[in-house]
Write a protein that binds this ligand. Structure first.
Ligand code: HEM
Ligand code: HEM
Length: 292
């Protein structure tokens, strides 16, 4: 997928997600905010109660989306034979789309009423989906190759060196200029010993200060003779190199936290699915078979 089609693909997923979530909410908000005792008198009560044709449908579609999202990503990640079918990063994007919109639809299915054992499934699902946001953020700070597979420390060092070499060879920057640019990318001292909050703060600040960083690079480059046409390219390379250096500095820490993150994301998914199975079993036994 070229960058333009990839953008279009993401735009498409985000639009469908936001559109569906907003349209259903706007359509049924009046019902969702009614006190429980008044709901049975609402004109569309029979459709909107959790076992009603509409809300039951949201439960089934939402659950199907989550199930597909998990099976699809997990099999692509774990089954060797599936490695030939597309990049893992695209599978993760679809996982996030299905597993964010799915829980929203399940929320509409519950009509904001969380009773019985299945409430445990609901809260597990919420914990998984919310933890997913943090996981996604950490995941993006683990450098990967174009296929989306993690890079080894050796590959990282080599890539960083290639970037610096290209400043010498392709853009004819002298030793002094490269040294000055390297100084800009020095990671914060002792960051590799930081705790979770300090680390997240550091990542966030680095991500938000992109514009300031580019200005500093430009100011430094202005002191050296860089051909005007190459300026944009050189800035991009130096910026990438700085981001790269910062990621290398915290790589071990991020990987360690990401490892613990699985402890929330994976087991809570299992709890969610186990209780869901019981919930669906009971519903079908009681004759709630939706349109079937
Ligand atoms: C993660 C997925 C799901 C969650 C978290 C969930 C959660 C809930 C919750 C909280 C309720 C309301 C309980 C109450 O009245 O207090 C409910 C009701 C219901 N759910 Fe689900 N649900 C899920 C998926 C499904 C699926 C796939 C089906 C399809 C068989 C289903 C069928 C029903 C039915 C029929 C009711 C109404 C039960 C009644 O009124 O007695 N749910 N669900
Ligand atoms: C109810 C919703 C969700 C469920 C049940 C779920 C479940 C899972 C499972 C089981 C895996 C592990 C796959 C494997 O290692 O085989 C996984 C991976 C992952 N999920 Fe989710 N997920 C949900 C929502 C989300 C959301 C909303 C996000 C992000 C916004 C997210 C981000 C991730 C990431 C980044 C990974 C990759 C972990 C890795 O490859 O090491 N998930 N998810």
């Amino acid at each position: 997928m070229n960058p333009l089609s990839h953008r279009f693909f993401l735009f498409f997923l985000i639009s469908i997600g936001v559109f569906t979530a907003v349209v259903v909410l706007a359509r049924n908000l009046e019902y969702y905010i009614l006190p429980m005792e008044e709901r049975p008198f609402y004109e569309r009560y029979n459709d909107l109660k959790p076992s009603g044709i509409e809300s039951h449908g949201y439960g089934i579609i939402g659950t199907a989306m989550i199930t597909i999202g998990v099976i699809m990503y997990s099999s692509r990640k774990r089954v060797r034979a599936f490695r030939q079918f597309g990049k893992i990063k695209h599978y993760l994007e679809v996982h996030i789309f299905l597993c964010l919109l799915g829980p929203v639809l399940v929320l509409y299915h519950t009509t904001f009423k969380f009773g019985g054992l299945v409430a445990v499934s609901f809260w597990s699902m919420s914990a998984v989906a919310l933890s997913g946001l943090l996981g996604r953020y950490l995941y993006q700070h683990i450098p990967k190759n174009i296929e989306g597979n993690e890079l080894s420390a050796k590959e990282l060092e080599e890539n960083g060196q290639k970037m610096l070499d290209s400043l010498h060879t392709t853009y004819a920057l002298n030793e002094q200029a490269v040294k000055a640019l390297r100084e800009l990318g020095k990671p914060m001292a002792h960051i590799e010993e930081a705790g979770l909050l300090k680390l997240l703060w550091y990542l966030l600040i680095n991500d938000l200060s992109q514009k300031r960083r580019i200005m500093m690079i430009r100011n430094t480059l202005n002191k050296y003779s860089v051909d005007k046409h190459s300026m944009k390219k050189v800035i991009a390379i130096v910026n990438d190199h700085i981001v790269f250096q910062q990621r290398i500095a915290v790589l071990e820490k991020v990987q360690e936290i990401f490892h613990y993150w699985h402890v929330v994301h994976l087991p809570f998914s299992i709890i969610m699915f186990v209780i869901l199975l019981v919930h669906v079993g009971v519903a079908v036994t009681f004759g709630y078979t939706w349109i079937f």
